[in-house]
Design a protein. Structure first.
Length: 478
């Protein structure tokens, strides 16, 4: 009974919208991407309170908001905002449908479409086919003239270029991308963007997989890089994961040597980490089970920058080198940025498995603080190496400061040694004077002692003399 009443209300809403002229017979479109957040506006004018607002969506004529409150099944992904708009978080496929906002006798509508990419499972031999279109819960519906356009880009939003890409546009909101397949398209991300009147409204991404393919990785020398092994949760009892580079086993059944242990590390999830990348690490890596079944494959290329300065240190030549796993593809490109108007780049040099491009900077003072060498694949930025001009300009200053500090330390040490020797000499002199002074004291003490000993004998003489004198005196008196 309730469902019938809601269906009747939905029919009346559609008729009312067209009859009153509040909305055109074609519902206004809104675009979004899977997982995104979208806000659907309520077009009913002069709403005094959101407590009078209901939101209904077309599938099964479901009430999303009733009397200003989000109904149970839609909490917490749906919110009613202060202006009575409906906000939807983490969009799902079945959210793409027709929505009605009603308040009293007035109502408005909005048709939500989600931009989606699917892969055709059985394309032509040697190709990959991706379809990008605006989808709804009823499936794809052709778009009428609304000023819309779909374009294809790389994972970093760089427009695709190259003759291995073909496009077919069935309508303004449906486009096919046909790719001449390469092994390195494995685990590669592609994007499509929907624009309306020149403004991007939504974008979608898709990551392709290629049977027996390998993932291409670009890493900067001196940094670390990690390769995931893949899903190892289903390994049988006794099965082990091993990593190899070409025909060489790095980690697994064979114990790695000391040099490999320093360079490589396997994490608890079986990922392989190269601790400090160097050009010798360029190559192909494979994670496999001890039974021989391969899991993931990677092709590693390394990017490095070296510098050579003139005798005066003002002019400098920077050399950017891409060391490829086997050979460098034709669609690889090296570029320099930040050198200033007077700097010049060399032409791209291909030698064996390397790409080289140099940058001559005649005046570092006119260059930016950061000189950047970047490697692109089919126009997409893959890696960049930064050379800090400021740090290198300051190197002589630090060298002078270091030498000055060393000189100061030497002077301090010499002064300390001199002070120590001087104090020792003064102390020795004081000890010598003290020794002489004490000798005189001892001599004085000995003389006093001698004089004190002799008077002990002399008192007898003095006593006798005194007695004799006294006796003579007495005789004189008599």
């Amino acid at each position: 009974m309730m469902a019938s009443l809601l269906m009747l209300r939905l029919c009346l809403l559609s008729v009312t919208l067209t009859a009153t002229g509040l909305q055109p017979s074609v519902h206004p479109l809104m675009f979004a991407s899977f997982g995104d957040r979208v806000i659907l506006p309520c077009g009913v004018p002069a709403i005094t309170s959101c407590s009078s607002v209901n939101w209904i969506r077309s599938q099964n004529v479901t009430e999303v908001v009733k009397s200003g409150q989000v109904t149970g099944p839609f909490v917490p992904r749906f919110d009613l905002l202060h202006d009575c708009s409906l906000q939807i978080h983490h969009l799902k496929h079945n959210d793409a449908q027709l929505y009605f906002c009603e308040s009293g006798a007035l109502s408005s509508s909005v048709d939500l479409r989600i931009l989606q990419i699917t892969e055709k499972l059985a394309p032509e031999a040697g190709t990959l086919q991706l379809d990008c279109f605006l989808n709804s819960i009823q499936g794809y519906n052709a778009c009428k003239d609304r000023g819309m356009n779909i374009t294809w880009t790389t994972g970093d939003y760089t427009p695709l270029k190259g003759d291995r890409f073909t496009y077919k546009h069935h309508s303004e909101c449906f486009s096919k991308l046909i790719i001449s397949k390469k092994l390195t398209d494995h685990h590669r991300k592609w994007r499509c963007q929907l624009s309306q009147n020149g403004t991007v409204k939504a974008n979608a991404s898709y990551t392709t997989t290629v049977k027996d393919g390998l993932e291409e990785v670009f890493a900067v020398v001196g940094e670390s890089v990690s390769f995931p092994c893949g899903d190892t949760s289903s390994l049988g009892v006794g099965s082990r994961v091993k990593w190899g580079m070409g025909s060489q086993t790095l980690m697994g059944d064979m114990s790695p040597d000391e040099e490999q242990t320093k360079a490589f590390h396997v994490t608890t999830d079986s990922s392989l980490t190269i601790i400090k990348v160097s050009p010798v690490h360029a190559g192909e890596y494979q994670c496999s089970v001890s039974t021989g079944h391969p899991l993931n494959k990677f092709r590693l290329h390394t990017l490095d920058v070296t510098s050579e300065s003139s005798s005066g240190g003002e002019n400098i030549t920077l050399t950017c080198v891409l060391t490829c796993s086997t050979e460098c593809e034709e669609d690889f490109e090296l570029t320099w940025t930040g050198g200033g108007s007077k700097s010049t780049q060399s032409s791209l040099i291909r030698t064996n498995n390397t790409l080289i491009r140099s940058l001559f900077v005649p005046s570092l003072s006119m260059a930016s603080n950061e000189l950047v060498c970047s490697v692109h694949r089919e126009g997409e930025l893959m890696a960049s190496k930064i050379w800090q001009a400021t740090n290198n300009l300051q190197t002589p200053v630090w060298l002078v400061l270091s030498l000055g500090l060393s000189l100061v330390l030497v002077c301090i040490s010499a002064a300390g040694l001199y002070t120590y020797i001087k104090r020792k000499q003064n102390k020795d002199a004081e000890n010598e004077l003290t020794s002489i002074g004490m000798t005189h004291v001892y001599e004085g003490i000995e003389e006093d002692s001698y004089e004190e000993q002799h008077p002990r004998r002399n008192p007898r003489k003095e006593a006798a003399t005194t007695t004799d004198s006294f006796y003579d005196l007495l005789q004189a008196v008599n």
